[in-house]
Write a protein that binds this ligand. Structure first.
Ligand SMILES: [Zn+2]
Length: 246
């Protein structure tokens, strides 16, 4: 049974009650816990997984890693600090909020780069992104004259900062993949099918097909800079940084 993904409906859910469906020891000696619902974000879409704790009546499980499988089942991987969970026990999930906040801000900043590229009318096709503290970039298919790279870098940085200064809240919409093109400039071909299809509408009616967590108000992202834009073999890589994180 697919795990109910609570963070899809509300980015702010950091704690939730759930029921234990399975507790298994993995080959590597760590324990995998499956619940009926979770507020833990599993790694995906370039955003890192959450960590935190799951508390039972007389047990505490430390979540070190979170994974979503092809069937939509989330595995919370880690170890018991003490005790264990009985099948169908009620437990309390608590996400490490500081880590989540960093991942969320980085992820949202990546989408602001997309918005800036769109506003500047650059004919680039979004391909992939990495929104990790040690590595934050967005890549596009397209061409860029190396002589123009610095000008484009400065323009993207300026537009990103303008968008943040204007602020505004985003909105969550569940939309079938076939209809996403009505609200999104770009709908990737490889949208994961193992979770509900969701679009996040950023201010200015900029729809993004995305299952990650986002800063509700753009002001919460902080200061974003663009240290580098480079182009190689038809791939344009825009590196970005969020002040205080990377
Ligand atoms: Zn995203």
């Amino acid at each position: 049974m697919a795990t109910k993904l609570l963070y899809l409906e509300d980015f702010g859910v950091m704690a939730a009650a759930a029921h234990v469906l399975a507790v298994e020891t993995q080959e590597d000696g760590r324990v995998s816990v499956v619940l009926d619902a979770t507020c833990f974000y599993p790694r995906g879409g370039g955003q890192d997984w959450d960590t935190g704790v799951v508390q039972g009546a007389d047990a505490e499980f430390v979540v070190e890693e979170v994974r979503l499988d092809e069937q939509g089942v989330v595995r919370h991987i880690g170890r018991f600090a003490h005790g264990t969970f009985a099948a169908s026990a009620t437990v309390a999930c608590q996400v490490n909020e500081a880590r989540r906040a960093i991942n969320t801000r980085l992820h949202s900043a990546g989408h602001l780069v997309d918005m800036a590229v769109d506003r500047l009318g650059l004919p680039w096709t979004p391909s992939r992104g990495a929104h990790y503290p040690h590595m934050s970039f967005v890549e596009y298919g397209g061409k860029l004259d190396p002589a123009q790279a610095e000008t484009v870098r400065a323009e993207i940085e300026q537009v990103v900062q303008k968008i943040i200064a204007a602020g505004g809240e985003n909105e969550i919409r569940f939309i079938p993949v076939e209809h996403m093109h009505t609200v999104c400039r770009h709908v990737p071909e490889n949208i994961p099918r193992n979770k509900p299809a969701r679009v996040v509408i950023y201010p200015g009616n900029f729809g993004i097909p995305c299952g990650g967590t986002h800063v509700k108000n753009l002001a919460g992202i902080g200061t974003v800079t663009i240290p580098k834009v480079k182009s190689k073999k038809g791939v344009i890589k825009v590196s970005y940084a969020v002040a205080g994180i990377n």
